[in-house]
Design a binder for this molecule. Sequence first.
Ligand code: ADP
Length: 200
Amino acid sequence: MNKNITSHEFVITKKQRNKINNHTSFVIWFTGLSGAGKSTIANALENKLNDNSIHTYLLDGDNIRQGLNVDLTFSQEDRSENIRRIAEVSSLLIDAGLVVLSAFVSPYRKDRMMVKSKVKDINFIEIFVDTPLEECIRRDTKGLYGKAKKGLIKNLTGINAPYERPENPNLRIDTTKYTVDEAVKMILNTIETKLEKSII
Ligand code: ADP
């Protein structure tokens, strides 16, 4: 860290923002293969949370890879830098009092652990969207698997780049077994106590 930068004691804290919002703030971290259903479930969950006056923000490839992280590739090094920056943003948003929904493949265990340590364990809920690769390939929502098959993409997670499964996620959802609505209910059950607010 630059030795000329000192940290300032902020007057308004997370605790005060949580009090105004009437709920706690933390990150719900979705990990899984491309096409697993991370964004779909995160969007449906955010909708439900907003119906219940929970202040949220959804981070995903669309608003991060095209802006803040537009300079990064899909090499292992850049993927780690991608997640490091998202961890920093998530941490700020948690401090701002929001329930953050982060939907990123985040294939490396060490990167996810880095997020957990950045935002602190207590503020990190890991949701493993565990859809089998064959089903993701069948869906091919972004056409990436088709391109990889033709040799047009290198580094595609699950095909020619690794995915390290979470060892101990807070929740594992196989979307071939549960609908989006069921997945949202499972997540709500997992976070309700932590939110300190009941959801209808
Ligand atoms: P990711 O964000 O993981 O890359 P997306 O959410 O963009 O994945 O795409 C997942 C696709 O799978 C969507 O087209 C979605 O409609 C479909 N899908 C089918 N069943 C489910 C389910 N049970 N949960 C989530 N997505 C599902």
